[in-house]
Design a protein around this ligand. Structure first.
Ligand code: NI
Length: 148
């Protein structure tokens, strides 16, 4: 495992769309382990592959509630409900925290690192994290929601 360099806002890779993972091979598994290590080292609750310079549809989340880390490969948000507003930050935008409106509930389908498909229903912080990390796969950053 290795700590990877976190790309910082202004890096064009953060604005690109990620590609679907076709095969969960050694390379992908190493990437996932490195993403976890990089996230924990940076005290983050989530990290997406583009943040370490890889345009693949993968993100990892751990909200430190004892259930994580969760690995999401090729995630697809199936449903959202309600809304919540809270301060949000991003490992790619150090030192910035701004209130962002997000759905209160999300239902997401993804594949884990064992290749098993799962459906997760999340609320509150977990829902926020899923939406935030999923945005990274489409080149979107939380500051895009903040009025200048
Ligand atoms: Ni982020």
């Amino acid at each position: 495992m290795a700590i990877r360099n976190i790309r910082i806002e202004g890096d064009p890779i953060l604005r690109k769309k990620s590609k679907t993972v076709e095969k969960i091979d050694e390379r992908v598994l190493t990437l996932i382990e490195d993403m976890k290590e990089t996230m924990y080292k940076a005290d983050g609750v989530g990290i997406a592959a583009p943040q370490v310079g890889i345009l693949k549809k993968i993100f990892v989340i751990d909200i430190y509630d004892g259930n994580g880390p969760f690995v999401f490969i090729n995630p697809e948000i199936l449903e959202t409900k309600g809304s919540q507003e809270d301060e949000e930050g991003c490992l790619s935008i150090p030192g910035v925290q701004e209130p962002v409106k997000r759905p209160y509930y999300v239902k997401v389908k993804a594949t884990n690192e064992k290749g098993e498909e799962f459906i997760l229903e999340a609320e509150e912080l977990m829902a926020r994290a899923v939406c935030h990390e999923n945005d990274h796969l489409y080149g979107k950053l939380f500051i895009d929601y903040v009025e200048k």
